[in-house]
Design a protein around this ligand. Structure first.
Ligand code: NAD
Length: 261
């Protein structure tokens, strides 16, 4: 049976950890040649080496998604190495929680740069390549924080709301040239980012982690569980495939029922 992403070339940002790492692995398993881009060079190198050892075509790139020159070069490198660029996943991100009065402005600007300006920059430089090919798939990793508000997450929520707006505009601008642009909005996914948050909560409350799950996560998530990275990666693989041609400008929610309440 033909694989979902046979002979496709994908660039995934924030690919050294969590959701991005699983997306890179799943895309490779579905037949794609994958460039794993991350600020963390050692982790990106190790991840791509593991994929190569499994027999997949993978390559790592160390770059900062907020650096336009580095991102432009990374896209060029993908095209030079693999001959084209079919799929771009703007996934790099980070969390920081603080009330607005105490939120350092520099931190706010850094988070907007990583999770909103960076997807803009990557789309800006991927568009000419994809439009010339008359084919492309762009996926922006948003969040349920891009749809509803959360106290303490001024920068994260602003960036994630913004990236959904960017997704719609880019979808309109790519539509005539065969380029689709969508956002994925995960709820709580079991990744280092979320595990660290839960561990901090457990420490602050001086209770075991399981208690934090019972008291904080389960009341919010009707399925009473953290989502698994594979669930997000499987959906991303479908959106990145030729089968998803008709889906564009959408913010797709995968949240175990969180936002249904
Ligand atoms: P993670 O911390 O496990 O991985 C994020 C990766 O991004 C890291 O490898 C990090 O080095 C990289 N990165 C950070 N800043 C970068 C930069 N400037 N340039 C290049 N790389 C950079 O996080 P995760 O939980 O896998 O989250 C991935 C994405 O999914 C983020 O955009 C996050 O907001 C989003 N998301 C996560 C969850 C969740 O529950 N984990 C829920 C909704 C949305």
């Amino acid at each position: 049976m033909e694989k979902l992403l046979n002979d496709q070339v994908a660039l995934v940002t924030g690919a050294a950890s969590g959701i991005g790492l699983e997306i890179a692995r799943t895309f490779a398993a579905e037949g794609a040649k994958v460039m794993l881009l991350d600020l963390n060079r050692d982790a990106a190198d190790a991840a791509s080496a593991r994929l190569q050892a499994e027999g997949y075509e993978a390559m790592s790139l160390s770059a900062d998604v907020t650096n336009e020159e580095q991102i432009q070069k990374s896209i060029q490198q993908a095209v030079e190495t693999f001959g084209k660029l079919d799929i771009l996943v703007n996934n790099a991100g980070l969390q920081f929680v603080s009330p607005i009065e105490e939120f350092p402005t520099a931190k706010f600007e850094q988070m907007i740069a990583i999770m909103l300006t960076a997807p803009f920059i990557a789309i800006k430089h991927a568009f000419p390549v994809m439009k010339q090919q008359e084919y492309g798939r762009i996926i922006n990793m948003a969040s349920i924080n891009g749809l509803i508000g959360f106290a303490g997450k001024a920068a994260y929520n602003s960036a994630k709301h913004g990236v959904i707006g960017l997704t719609k505009v880019a979808a309109l601008e790519g539509a005539a040239d065969g380029v689709t642009v969508n956002a994925i909005c995960p709820g709580y996914v079991d990744t280092p980012l979320v595990q660290n948050q839960l561990a901090d909560l457990a420490k602050t409350r001086q209770v075991p982690l399981e208690k934090v799950m019972e008291e904080v996560i389960y009341p919010l998530v009707p399925q009473k569980r953290l989502l698994q990275v594979q669930e997000i990666a499987d959906y991303a693989a479908f959106l990145a495939s030729k089968k998803a041609q008709g889906i564009t400008g959408q913010a797709v929610v995968i949240d175990g029922g969180y936002t249904a309440q």
